[in-house]
Write a protein that binds this ligand. Structure first.
Ligand SMILES: CC(C)(COP(=O)(O)OP(=O)(O)OC[C@H]1O[C@@H](n2cnc3c(N)ncnc32)[C@H](O)[C@@H]1OP(=O)(O)O)[C@@H](O)C(=O)NCCC(=O)NCCS
Length: 116
């Protein structure tokens, strides 16, 4: 295993709540599955904010740019731990790990990219 990159990001939950008021804004960044996961939870905007932070963190950790956030999909495994799938051929052979944390005010994420 060789470390390729790391990334981190922190997001104010209130900014995502504000952003979400614009028609179609969430759909431009998040998949239907991500939106459904967050909407099913009590503190929806915390979960959306942390997914936004995760996409930023993954973007920073990747060794190339130009990946649309919609192509970076965050989902949860059966144990609740978050996973990420990037729809970009350049990610072949890369393993991407993320860790998320959120409070009422802030959401933070970190990402690690390794050669698989
Ligand atoms: C799962 C757990 C780690 C989440 O931590 P938390 O402080 O409650 O909440 P955070 O805001 O930091 O993290 C929430 C995120 O953790 C992630 N998460 C959930 N289960 C996870 C797991 N098993 N492993 C890694 N990450 C996990 C999720 O991404 C979640 O956010 P999401 O629902 O938006 O995807 C926590 O609830 C837990 O079970 N801790 C174990 C505590 C324990 O057993 N302590 C022993 C004391 S002796």
């Amino acid at each position: 295993m060789a470390l390729v990159g790391i990334g981190t990001d922190i997001v104010e939950v209130a900014r995502i709540a504000e952003f979400a008021k614009k028609a179609g804004a969430l759909e431009r960044i998040f998949s239907d599955e991500e939106i459904a996961y967050c909407r099913a939870r009590k503190n929806c905007f915390e979960h959306l904010a942390v997914r936004f932070a995760a996409k930023e963190a993954v973007y920073k950790a990747l060794p190339f740019g130009g990946v649309a956030f919609k192509k970076i999909a965050v989902y949860n495994g059966p144990d609740g731990a978050p996973r990420v799938q990037v729809d970009d051929a350049r990610c072949a052979g890369l393993k991407i790990l993320i860790s998320l944390s959120h409070t009422r005010q802030y959401a933070a994420a970190m990402a690690v990219v390794e050669n698989a």
